[in-house]
Ligand binder design. Structure first.
Ligand code: SAM
Ligand code: DTB
Ligand code: SF4
Length: 342
C-alpha cells in the first residue's frame, strides 16, 4: 500500500509502528496533498473548527540547573530573568479562576526544575486539587519525576503531565547536555504507567534539520501509546539563550512557516487521535500561518497574554482570530476516543 491510496481503518490510524521513511515521505508530499491528508485524518477524529483553549502559568520561575539551549529559565543563560520561589497556592488558584472565566478548559502549571524536591510536593499537590475543584483540567510540567512523586500527583487527580522530548534523539545532545533523551522516556513511562495522561511534544525552528523533525515526530508516534496532547512549539528566540541568539544571528537557521505547518500536519496524520497544540511562537505568527496550522490539524492553543516567561498573542487577538476563521472553543470533554463515523 502506498501512502497515496492509504485508507484509514481503526487499527492502522492508531499505528505506533511508523517508520522514519514513511514519515519522511509524508513531509515530502506536495503541500496541498499533505494538507488534504491532514484534514481528512483530522475530520475523522475531531470536530472541525473546534479548538481547545489552555492557559499556562509559571508557578516557579527561573534558576533552573538544566542547560536547555532554548530556555530563558536556565542558570546557564544570561536572559536577565530573576529566579522566583514556588508560588503560593492561593495565588495559583486565583490565576486559574481568571483563566476559567476567560474560557480556558485546561490550566497548565510549569516549574523551572530539573525535578521537584519532595518538600515542594505538598504545595504542588494542593495546587492540583484546587485547580481541579474549579472545574478545570489540570496539567503540570515539573521536570523528571520519581515513582512516588508520580503516584502523589495521580492521587491528587492530575489529568495531564507535560514532559517534552523536544527534538530527535540524535539532536538531543545539541540542545541539552544535563540530561538524556532516555531520562525523558523514563519519566514519560512512569507517567503513563500511573494512569496520568501524557502531554509530550517539542520545539521546531531551533536550527535543526528536516531529518531531525522527522526523527522528532517518529519518536512521538512510536511511543507505546501516542501522547494524548502533542504540543508543537515554534522556538521563541530569547536573547541570552544559546539557541535564541544563534537563530537570531543566522537567517538560514530560521524555519519557514510552510515547514512549520508541514510538521503540524505530519503530527496530525501520524497521531490522529491526539490533541495537537499550536503552542509557543504564535505571537510572531501571522493569522494566515495560524490558519494553515488549524487546517493542518492543530486543535489546541495556549491563550492569554503570557506563556511561561514570554509573551503570547493575548485574549483579544485570539478572539479576533477565532471570529475571522469561524473557530469555536472546544467545550467540555475532549472528543470521544473513537473514530467518528463517516
Ligand atoms: N522544567 C520543566 C521541563 O523542562 O520539563 C518544565 C518547564 S519547560 C519550560 C517546558 C517546555 O517548554 C520545554 O520542554 C520546551 O519544549 C518549551 N519551551 C521552553 N522554552 C521555550 C522557547 N524559548 N521556545 C519554545 N518552547 C520553549
Ligand atoms: C510546552 O510544550 N510549551 C509550553 C508548555 N509546554 C509548558 C511552554 C512554552 C514556553 C515558551 C517560552 C517561555 O514562555 O518561556
Ligand atoms: Fe529548566 Fe525546563 Fe527550562 Fe530546561 S526547559 S532549563 S528543565 S525550566
Amino acid at each position: 500500500m502506498t501512502l497515496h491510496d492509504h485508507t484509514a481503518t481503526e487499527s492502522d490510524t492508531l499505528r505506533t509502528d511508523w517508520t522514519r521513511s514513511e514519515i519522511a515521505t509524508l513531509f515530502d508530499l506536495p503541500f496541498l496533498e499533505l494538507m488534504w491528508r491532514a484534514q481528512e485524518t483530522h475530520r475523522k477524529w475531531h470536530a472541525a473548527g473546534e479548538v481547545q483553549l489552555c492557559t499556562l502559568l509559571s508557578v516557579k520561575t527561573g534558576g533552573c540547573p538544566e542547560d536547555c539551549g532554548y530556555c530563558s529559565q536556565s542558570v546557564h543563560h544570561k536572559s536577565g530573568l530573576n529566579a522566583g520561589k514556588l508560588m503560593d497556592v492561593a495565588d495559583v488558584l486565583s490565576a486559574a479562576a481568571e483563566a476559567r472565566a476567560a474560557g480556558s478548559q485546561r490550566f497548565c502549571m510549569g516549574a523551572a526544575w530539573r525535578e521537584p524536591k519532595d518538600r515542594d510536593m505538598d504545595k504542588v499537590v494542593e495546587m492540583v486539587r484546587g485547580v481541579r475543584a474549579l472545574g478545570l483540567e489540570t496539567c503540570m510540567t515539573l521536570g523528571m519525576l520519581t515513582d512516588d512523586q508520580t503516584r502523589r500527583l495521580k492521587e491528587a487527580g492530575l489529568d495531564y503531565y507535560n514532559h517534552n522530548i523536544d527534538t530527535s534523539p540524535e539532536n538531543y545532545g545539541n540542545v541539552i547536555s544535563t540530561r538524556t533523551f532516555q531520562d525523558r522516556l523514563d519519566t514519560l513511562e512512569r507517567v503513563r504507567a500511573s494512569g496520568i495522561s501524557v502531554c509530550c511534544g517539542g520545539i521546531v525552528g531551533m536550527g535543526e534539520s528536516r531529518a531531525d523533525r522527522v526523527g522528532f515526530i517518529h519518536a512521538l508516534a512510536t511511543l507505546p501509546q501516542h501522547p494524548e496532547s502533542v504540543p508543537v512549539n515554534a522556538l521563541v528566540p530569547i536573547k541570552g539563550t544559546v539557541l535564541g541568539d544563534r537563530v537570531q544571528a543566522a537567517a538560514e537557521a530560521r524555519i519557514d512557516d510552510i515547514e512549520f505547518v508541514r510538521t503540524v500536519a505530519v503530527a496530525r496524520i501520524t497521531m490522529p487521535r491526539s490533541m495537537v497544540r499550536l503552542s509557543a511562537g504564535r505571537e510572531s505568527m501571522s493569522a494566515s500561518t495560524q490558519a494553515l496550522c488549524f487546517m493542518a490539524g492543530a486543535n489546541s492553543i495556549f491563550t492569554g497574554d503570557r506563556l511561561l516567561t514570554s509573551g503570547n498573542a493575548g485574549a483579544a487577538a485570539d478572539a479576533r482570530l477565532f471570529a475571522q476563521l469561524g473557530l469555536v472553543p472546544l467545550a467540555g470533554e475532549e472528543p470521544a476516543r473513537t473514530a467518528k463515523a463517516g
